[in-house]
Design a protein around this ligand. Structure first.
Ligand code: ATP
Ligand code: MG
Length: 435
């Protein structure tokens, strides 16, 4: 099965919009084992759209067209598809009603051109719109270039054009709900796809690749999962395992087996999987130990607190943060001794004393050089992290890469990771049992 992609919109050609829809579609098709061998962009021009669609249908079994389904005069995807199918456009009463009702429910007058979106090529099936006003379309194209009127959209060697709106979240919804299932049915693929994302911090992509060398070689031979790396900045370095199997249970079994092998091999650099983030993991470790956290942030200026408070429910663990940016704040509020403020002494004093100032059990401190200039002879990328729990106060020196933005972002995940590793050495209290 081959499904090519056509992205419609003059603004794509002018570089005003980046064509993220095609990359999303490419990824989704690949995950399902459907080849997408050519992806093109075309402007809002009827003749060129018709020519591109005809050419794609010559080579591919299916084409997904994204964009140009809106209400304005330059949205002409419907017209182009009707021409390729060799049919007229007809108003779909149900779609028209839904558009009218949507405007009424919002108490707004409907510009008449909105009804253009209810025009459907004869023989096409509508993908109901859930969010926007434009519905999607599933358009069978017979082997001879006309619509197959036998009502059997799967067979007869016919091809198909799917039209979906350009707005990414509307497109995602329709592709997942209608396009991919329809493609799978046509391709006779009754398999399920499942994936797991393993998240790491503390080694490079090539370093991890090397550690996993033999596992990757085994995967390439086996009919098992595929493994891909995804460097995601301060969200960590991700490893995605994807499997295809006859049913969900088998897929889950396979995933679990390979996940165990990868996690065992990588050890403590793995901090979580799937929806877990470094922030949610650290908050969970603190919560289960009944510990409350205070932050003293210099180089990150509050970014650590920002990330932690993105997590719902963080207030039962995070007490607060002191943005001790100026030397005077470090000294007067946090008791940092005279001398360089990017140092082990400063980091330990900040972590140790912020607990008392804010009333918390655990202190985490960051002081460093974000650049671009060096500071006290230290190069940009220098980070000192302080961690204080009980009587133990430790500090770590880290050298981070990147410009000012990346250095500060890497500082956040690096400091949280230092705290995570420290917390893992403290046993979790065993919950009381009934007996
Ligand atoms: P609407 O019904 O909202 O008008 P449409 O089907 O007419 O949708 P377009 O007018 O082509 O779609 O695009 C609407 C918006 O969707 C664009 O302004 C842009 O923000 C986004 N968009 C369109 N095509 C793409 C694309 N290929 N990649 C990413 N975003 C896109
Ligand atoms: Mg539009």
């Amino acid at each position: 099965m081959r499904c090519d992609v056509v992205a419609v919109g003059t603004e794509l050609l002018l570089g005003q919009i980046v064509d993220t829809n095609s990359s999303y579609l490419g990824e989704q098709l690949a995950l399902r084992g459907i080849d997408s061998l050519l992806q093109v962009k075309v402007g809002d021009n009827l003749h060129r759209m018709v020519a591109v669609l005809r050419a794609r249908l010559e080579e591919a079994d299916a084409v997904i067209v994204c964009g140009g389904l809106g209400p304005t005069h330059d949205d002409i995807t419907r017209e182009a598809i009707a021409e390729v199918m060799g049919v007229r456009l007809e108003e779909d009463a149900e779609v028209a009603e839904r558009i009218i009702a949507m405007f009424e429910s919002r108490g707004r007058r409907m510009p008449m051109n909105n009804l253009r979106q209810a025009m459907v090529p004869v023989g096409a099936t509508v993908i109901a719109q859930t969010m926007g006003t434009a519905p999607g379309l599933i358009c069978p194209v017979g082997g001879d270039g006309t619509s197959s009127d036998d009502g059997d959209d799967g067979g007869g060697g016919g091809k198909v054009i799917y039209a979906v709106p350009g707005v990414p979240y509307e497109l995602h919804d329709m592709v997942e709900r209608a396009v991919l299932p329809d493609l799978a049915r046509r391709a006779g693929l009754e398999s399920v796809i499942a994936s797991r994302v393993i998240k790491t911090w503390g080694d490079s992509e090539s370093g991890i690749n090397e550690r996993l060398d033999d596992i990757i070689a085994e995967l390439e031979g086996a009919d098992g999962p595929t493994l891909a790396f995804l460097a995601s900045g301060w969200d960590g370095l991700k490893i995605r395992l994807t499997v295809r199997a006859a049913d969900a249970e088998t897929a889950e079994d396979q995933l679990a087996t390979w996940e165990r092998r990868v996690v065992e091999r990588l050890g403590s650099i793995v901090f979580g999987c799937d929806d877990e983030t470094m922030e949610s993991v650290v908050l969970g470790l603190l919560r289960r130990r009944g510990l409350r956290l205070a932050l003293a942030e210099s180089v990150t200026g509050g970014l650590v607190a920002g990330r932690l408070t993105d997590v719902a429910g963080s207030s039962d663990v995070l007490v607060g943060s002191i943005v001790s940016y100026a030397g005077s704040v470090k000294r007067d509020m946090l008791g940092v001794p005279e001398g360089p403020v990017v140092s082990a002494e400063a980091a330990t004093a900040m972590a140790d004393n912020v607990r008392g100032v804010l009333g918390a059990d655990v202190g985490l401190a960051l002081t460093g050089v974000a650049g671009p200039a060096e500071q006290d002879g230290l190069p940009p990328g220098t980070l000192w992290v302080g961690v204080a729990i009980g009587d133990e106060v430790e500090s770590h020196l880290v050298r981070l890469p990147g410009d000012r933005l990346r250095m500060r972002q890497f500082s956040v995940i690096t400091a949280l990771d230092a705290l995570r590793r420290r917390l893992l050495t403290i046993p979790e209290p065993v919950p009381p049992t009934d007996r």
